[in-house]
Design a protein around this ligand. Structure first.
Ligand SMILES: C=C(C[SeH])C(=O)N1CCC[C@H]1C(=O)O
Ligand SMILES: [Zn+2]
Length: 598
């Protein structure tokens, strides 16, 4: 009797999966069209298709739940039914689902359309976050201009979304409850499939914090030397507008005036890319060639046909924030990014192509398994490749860096440059969803959003706003992922596990042996290693068919996420920073901010 039920269930699953592939394809096309051209028509189309699909999903769900799938013997079949038993936002009554979709669309389009005026020419008011505000933070050394741009961007992109954000929280929490969760926080944490995920995330931060405090103290010293004691205090948090990035999430752009050994050759990849006449297309082709050198997949013909790799100049409003898309038909995969010729975008191109590679590797899985082993895995793939690309050794292979010494000082400079990206990002990656968990759980209410956001920014990241903040401001929405309902813990996890993956792949490539200091992990380049590529590809093919510890074990032999990879990679820098901060009698850590924001 039960065997017959399981057989029927298996047949039902096969049909449902085909139906969902077509439904997902239709919805993804509507999303792509809207985000690529934010017209009212495209928004109406997206809403109509989303609501139709939600009604269909409700019907499928009733049939799915009519099977006694909890008692099935086949673990894999049970896993598929379990995933389909999660209706998601489609569980909402249609009117609430419409309110949720519109709240997110309103925030997303406010963010995409937000502009500020030029500091020097206040009549020029068409500066978007990409590329204009990004460039101001990359290039300006004028603390007043940076403060102006910071305040104007947060006014234009953050404050207007406070109402929509509150509506979104209410609707999304309603959906979470209909899916059996107390709030969206538990829904998002459920994607990591472990009872103690929150404790795991906190334990990872405890491992990393000492390293972060050292690089924070070192950077604060050099900013103090540059901007003066009354702009950057000796023992307080760092003002967020001086760190080379509008969100202060990575500090690469302060590298050029804070390097440990300034007289060593500078690795300015941006200048080299421009000198070598790199175009957006050449960046993409170069990144693709790294993947194929590992015996991984090239991009499909449809990819090259339908991706948008530069901001169209037809004056349309669009979502520029880089994204990679799976259209669930095994052939149509796309990237949309408003590429500019910079080192940052060279990294982003590899990052996005890592998503596409994952999509292609798991394209033969049932639709329900076409996802990362956990969300952090999806964000780590491209970054693992970029860790090899960023080495001086590889940059020389690509002719982007002339020959230079491989001595300790150059190595510390290189590690410092990587640390401004990878170590610095970790507290930022951690706090964005610590904030939203509090909001979804109701421990952060709408009249204290900004206060709680900045309390987290100060306590974990050691940064403070450049000017006082009030609850008229809503600074979280000035960050894309908050305005676009994109979970963020995935990046925090990625920046930790990518070093676990890198360490294993480097050993498979014969580029690294633990304990052998003649081949540093930070100088490993897995380029052309099919042994590394095959191991990575095998893990990617699993998609989300198994709990993520199985995927982690498949590639690293471990079943745990831990920061040992990060700490091993940056060990020489950690030692150097500790000695340097001691030598300068630098205060490590930060005292409470004197800026009013609660
Ligand atoms: C490149 C993407 C698209 Se998935 C991105 O959002 N990233 C990649 C690094 C962290 C995060 C960010 O920009 O905030
Ligand atoms: Zn990504």
């Amino acid at each position: 009797e039960r065997a017959a039920e399981e057989a029927a269930g298996r047949e039902y699953m096969r049909n449902l999966d085909e139906l969902m592939a077509k439904a997902n394809n239709k919805k993804t096309i509507a999303s792509w069209n809207y985000e690529s051209n934010l017209t009212t028509y495209n928004e109406e189309q997206l809403l109509k298709i989303s609501l139709e699909l939600a009604e269909d999903q409700k019907e499928y769900w009733k049939e799915t739940m009519s099977y006694l799938w909890h008692e099935f013997e086949d673990e894999d079949l049970k896993r598929m039914f379990q995933k389909y038993s999660q209706l998601g936002t489609a569980a909402l009554p249609e009117d609430l689902n419409e309110r949720l979709i519109m709240a997110i669309n309103n925030m997303q389009s406010n963010y995409a359309k937000a502009t500020i005026c030029d500091y020097k020419d206040r009549t020029k008011c068409d500066l978007h976050v990409e590329p204009d505000v990004t460039e101001i933070f990359a290039n300006s050394n004028d603390a007043e201009e940076l403060k102006y741009a910071w305040v104007e961007w947060h006014k234009a992109a953050g404050a207007p979304s406070k109402g929509n954000f509150t509506e979104y929280v209410q609707m999304d929490n309603e959906a979470a409850k209909l899916n059996g969760y107390d709030s969206v926080a538990e829904w998002w944490l459920g994607e990591y499939e472990e009872e103690d995920s929150e404790d795991q995330f906190a334990a990872l931060w405890a491992q990393i914090k000492p390293l972060y405090e050292q690089i924070h103290a070192y950077v604060r010293r050099h900013l103090r030397l540059k901007y003066g004691e009354d702009v950057v205090s000796a023992r307080g948090p760092i003002p967020a507008h001086l760190l080379g990035n509008i969100w202060a999430q990575t500090w690469n752009n302060v590298e050029k005036f804070t390097r440990p050994f300034p007289d060593k050759s500078d690795i300015d990849v941006t200048a080299a890319l421009i000198a070598q006449n790199f175009t957006a297309l050449k960046m993409f082709k170069t990144a693709e060639e790294f993947f194929t050198s590992l015996n991984l997949q090239p991009m499909t013909d449809t990819f090259w046909e339908k991706s948008i790799i530069e901001k169209p100049d037809d004056g349309r409003e669009m979502v520029c924030h880089a994204s990679a898309w799976d259209f669930y038909d095994g052939e149509d995969f796309r990237i949309r990014q408003c590429t500019t010729i910079t080192d940052a975008f060279f990294k982003t191109t590899h990052h996005e192509m890592g998503h596409i590679q994952y999509y292609q590797q798991y394209k033969d899985q049932p639709v329900v398994y076409r996802a990362g082993a956990n969300p952090g895995f999806h964000e780590a793939v491209g970054d693992v490749i970029a860790l090899s690309v960023a080495t001086p050794k590889h940059l020389r292979v690509m002719g982007l860096l002339e020959d230079g010494p491989d001595d300790l000082e150059s190595n510390i400079n290189q590690l410092y440059k990587m640390g401004l990206d990878k170590i610095v990002f970790l507290p930022f990656g951690y706090i964005l969803d610590l904030f939203r968990y509090g909001v979804f759980r109701g421990t952060t209410t709408p009249n204290e959003y900004n206060c709680h956001f900045w309390q987290l920014r100060e306590s974990l990241q050691g940064v403070e706003p450049p000017v006082p903040r009030t609850e008229e401001d809503f600074d979280p929405a000035a960050k894309y992922h908050i305005s676009a309902d994109v979970e963020y813990m995935r990046y925090y996890i990625s920046y930790i596990i990518q070093f676990q993956f890198h360490r294993t792949l480097c050993q498979l490539a014969g580029e690294y042996t633990p304990g052998d200091s003649s081949n540093l992990l930070s100088n490993c380049d897995i380029y052309r290693s099919t042994a590394a590529g095959d191991a990575l590809g095998k893990m990617l093919q699993m998609g989300s068919s198994r709990p993520w510890p199985d995927a982690m074990e498949a590639i690293t032999g471990q079943r745990k996420m831990d920061a040992s990879g990060v700490l091993e990679y940056f060990a020489p820098l950690y030692d150097w920073l500790k000695a340097e901060n001691e030598r300068n009698n630098e205060f490590v850590g930060w005292e409470p901010s004197t800026v009013q924001y609660c």
